[in-house]
Design a protein around this ligand. Structure first.
Ligand SMILES: Nc1ncnc2c1ncn2[C@@H]1O[C@H](COP(=O)(O)OP(=O)(O)OP(=O)(O)O)[C@@H](O)[C@H]1O
Ligand SMILES: [Mg+2]
Length: 310
């Protein structure tokens, strides 16, 4: 057992967070996904009566949120979904983690290691950091993490090992200075917005998952912290994990850290492939990236212009 523990914590070159993931290789596949949302579904039927229509005559307002999207990610890779606001990034991540609300999956399937994504499977294998933080506002940062460590880590962990894990995560995400501040929320003043974002990520890192899904982890962070966070994520990916994240227009130094990129524009993937080959791909199509221009900025804006054309 001692040997097993050492294997879990073996940190080869790096002295900080756990760098080897001892579980097997994971594969996440999304095949030909087509997803539709009803933008009027939230309006109750009795409010629609003012339109002088009976409830069964009211047609929903259907909007395609994701159109024919396919992607495959393996352990050891970091895939970034980039695209402007409202292009369906959160919807896709929510569908993968079985948290889709109010939408209908018209076709396609999502496979985790060849099996369909059921809520049970997702709970065991995927850590999901959502776009909005869901934390207990009255606990301090350290209390939040200790609480999760108590609940989420395997039973054979001793208290000392749990505390060690909490310390490692706090150090990794630079939360030392606010470790004893309460988390807070919109109504209760607590840590800053960027710090709260990092606490949400810390909560998921704590249980050392094989698949990490993060929705806009860098939003609200300054460029130094954002860069460091993505470096941490890319190191986690090197340690045989699967990292899937969404970002709005990453800076070019962050963009270089990605292995795979999916550029989305109003629900469909405009580019899907290696990050290094994105600029050559668009150049071959007749859209070279201007000098001194950030490629992710340029192509996100360009695709937005194209999709807005009538
Ligand atoms: N349950 C729903 N009801 C109504 N509309 C929805 C629903 N879910 C998604 N949409 C619509 O689908 C589109 C995609 O939304 P989504 O939240 O995935 O965007 P996003 O890419 O995450 O944007 P952002 O970068 O701003 O977070 C939006 O136009 C949104 O209004
Ligand atoms: Mg979103």
């Amino acid at each position: 057992k001692q040997h097993q523990d050492r294997e879990l914590f073996s940190s080869e070159e790096d002295s900080s967070l756990y760098f080897t993931y001892s579980g097997g290789c994971n594969v996440l596949e999304v095949k030909n996904l087509f997803y539709e949302v009803d933008t009027a579904a939230q309006i109750p039927w009795y409010e629609r009566l003012s339109e002088f229509k009976m409830p069964w005559e009211i047609r929903g307002n259907k909007q395609t949120a994701i159109n024919k999207l396919s992607l495959t990610v393996h352990s050891g890779q970091m895939l970034a979904l980039i695209g402007s606001s409202g292009c369906g990034k959160t919807s896709l991540l929510d569908i993968i983690t079985c948290r889709d609300e109010g939408g209908i999956m018209k076709s396609g399937e999502i496979l985790i290691n060849g099996k369909r994504n059921t809520p049970q499977l997702v709970k065991k294998s995927i850590a999901h950091v959502r776009q909005d933080d869901r934390l207990l506002p009255h606990l301090t940062v350290r209390e939040t993490l200790s609480f999760v460590a108590k609940l989420r880590l395997p039973t054979h962990f001793t208290q000392a090992q749990r505390d060690q894990r909490v310390d490692d995560v706090i150090a990794e995400l630079r939360l030392r200075q606010c470790a004893h501040t309460r988390v807070g929320n919109n109504y209760i003043r607590g840590v800053s917005g960027g710090e709260r974002r990092r606490v949400s990520i810390a909560v998921q890192l704590l249980w050392n998952p094989g698949i990490l899904i993060l929705d806009e982890p860098t939003s609200g962070l300054d460029s130094f912290t954002a860069h460091n966070l993505v470096i941490t994520l890319s190191r986690l990916a090197r340690g045989n994990r699967l990292v899937l994240l969404s970002v709005h227009q990453p800076r070019s130094d962050i963009f270089q850290l990605f292995d795979l990129v999916v550029l989305m524009s109003s629900g469909s993937a405009v580019y899907c492939g290696a990050a290094r080959e994105m600029v050559p791909y668009f150049t071959a199509l007749g859209h070279p990236c201007p000098r001194y221009c950030n490629p992710s900025d340029y192509y996100v804006i360009m695709n937005q212009h194209f999709s807005n054309k009538p």
